[in-house]
Design a protein around this ligand. Structure first.
Ligand code: KG4
Ligand code: ZN
Length: 346
C-alpha cells in the first residue's frame, strides 16, 4: 500500500494540514490569519507566525480526525520548507521535525510552489509523462516544465518584478478597492470593456522574446495603469474604473496565456496545469480555457480552494517523493525563504 503522508503548509498566512495516500486526499484542516492582516494592507510576518503557532496543533488534530487516522498510522511527514516567510516557515518545519522525531518517520521538506502543481493530481488524477505548469499567486508567477513532479522540474521562466496577484493588489489600491484587491479588480473587470484601453504587454517585444521568452514583468503595466488614472484626474475626467480594470486584467491574462501556450508548443506537451491563488482569476480562466481549446491543449485547474495555499498540496508532493523512494530530508534541514524551483525536496 502507498505510504500515508501528513503534509504541513505554513509559508504565508494559511496553516494547512492534510493526509494523502497515493493521489487520494483523506483528510484536511485549514486556518487563515488573513483577517488579522487585511486592515494593514499586507501580510504582517510576525502576526502570521504567531497565528501559525496557535493554529498548528489544532490543525494537525482536525486533519487526523477528518481522515479517521491516528498519529501512529502516518508513514511520512512532509512540510513546505520554502519559499515563503521565514518565521511562518519555521513554525511548520519545527512542527514537522517534532512529529518526525516523535514518530520515527521520514521527513520531506518540499517546495511550496511545486506543491501548487502537485495538488492537481488529487483532483484530476495522475499527471501525464511531461507537462507545463503555470503557478500564479500573490507571491509567485512561474512557468515550469515538469518531467517528473517528484524530482525533475525545469524552471522555464518567472516574473522579473511583481507577481500577477501582487500586480492586481496594487491596481486594486489605485482603484480604491480593499486589500487584497485581486478578487475586487476581477469583479469590476467583468463590468468593463477589456479592449477600451491598450495597456502594455510586458516582455513581448521581439528583443524580449529572445532574451526572456518565458519570463513575465508586470511592473510596467501597473505603472501604465497609474499614469492613465492620473491623466484622467489631471484632465478632470471621471476614471472609467470598470474599463481600466477590464483592460488591465486582459493584459495580464493575455501575457500569461500567450507565453504559457508557446512553452507548451515549444516543448511538445499537450497538458497544462494552472495553480496558485491567482488561478481564481476569471479573466485568466476564460482566456486559458478558450485558447487551450483552440490549440488542442488539455488545461487542468484545481478547484479554487486547492489553488490557494493548503495542506493537501504539500501532502501530495510529499506522497510523490515518498513513492518515488527519494531520500528524506536531513533532520537538521532549515527553512529556505528563497528555495529554488529546481529543488523539489530540500
Ligand atoms: O496563492 P495565494 O492565496 O497566496 C499567495 O501565495 O500569494 O494568492 C493570493 C493572491 C492575492 O494577490 C490575491 O489578490 C490574488 O491571488 N487573487 C486574485 C483573485 N483571487 C485571488 N487576483 C485576481 N483575481 C482573482 N479572482
Ligand atoms: Zn502559494
Amino acid at each position: 500500500m502507498d505510504p500515508l503522508v501528513l503534509g504541513i503548509e505554513s509559508t504565508c498566512d494559511e496553516t494547512g494540514v492534510a493526509l494523502v495516500r497515493g493521489w487520494t486526499l483523506l483528510g484536511e484542516a485549514i486556518a487563515s490569519s488573513m483577517e488579522q492582516h487585511a486592515r494593514f494592507g499586507g501580510i504582517l510576518p510576525e502576526v502570521a507566525s504567531r497565528a501559525h503557532l496557535e493554529e498548528m496543533i489544532p490543525a494537525v488534530e482536525t486533519a487526523l480526525t477528518s481522515a479517521g487516522s491516528a498519529l501512529s498510522d502516518l508513514d511520512a511527514i512532509a512540510v513546505a520548507s520554502g519559499p515563503g516567510l521565514v518565521g511562518s516557515l519555521a513554525v511548520g518545519v519545527a512542527a514537522a521535525k517534532a512529529l518526525s522525531i516523535a514518530l520515527d518517520r521520514p521527513l520531506y521538506g518540499v517546495n511550496h510552489v511545486i506543491g501548487h502543481v502537485a495538488v492537481d493530481a488529487l483532483v484530476h488524477g495522475p499527471f501525464p509523462e511531461k507537462f507545463v505548469a503555470l503557478v500564479v499567486s500573490g507571491g509567485h508567477s512561474s512557468l515550469l516544465l515538469i518531467n517528473d513532479i517528484a524530482d525533475n522540474v525545469v524552471e522555464l521562466g518567472q516574473t522579473l518584478d511583481d507577481a500577477a496577484g501582487e500586480a492586481f493588489d496594487k491596481v486594486g489600491r489605485l482603484l480604491g478597492l480593499p486589500y487584497p484587491g485581486g478578487p475586487h479588480v476581477d469583479r469590476l473587470a467583468r463590468e468593463g470593456n477589456p479592449e477600451s484601453i491598450a495597456f502594455p504587454r510586458g516582455l513581448t517585444a521581439p528583443k524580449d522574446r529572445t532574451r526572456h521568452p518565458y519570463d513575465f514583468s508586470f511592473s510596467g503595466l501597473k505603472t501604465a495603469v497609474a499614469r492613465w488614472i492620473e491623466s484622467c484626474e489631471d484632465e478632470g475626467r471621471e476614471v472609467p474604473r470598470a474599463d481600466v480594470a477590464a483592460s488591465f486584467a486582459a493584459a495580464v491574462a493575455d501575457v500569461l496565456v500567450t507565453k504559457t501556450l508557446r512553452a507548451c508548443h515549444e516543448h511538445g506537451v499537450d497538458t497544462l496545469v494552472i495553480g496558485g491563488g491567482f488561478s481564481a482569476n476569471s479573466q485568466l480562466r476564460e482566456m486559458a480555457a478558450q485558447r487551450c481549446a483552440d490549440e488542442g491543449i488539455d488545461v487542468r485547474i484545481p478547484p479554487i480552494r486547492y489553488c490557494t495555499d493548503n495542506g493537501a498540496m504539500i501532502a501530495a508532493l510529499g506522497s510523490a517523493a515518498a513513492r518515488k523512494g527519494l531520500p528524506p530530508s536531513e533532520l537538521g534541514i532549515g527553512v529556505d525563504s528563497a528555495m529554488p524551483l529546481t529543488v523539489v525536496v530540500g
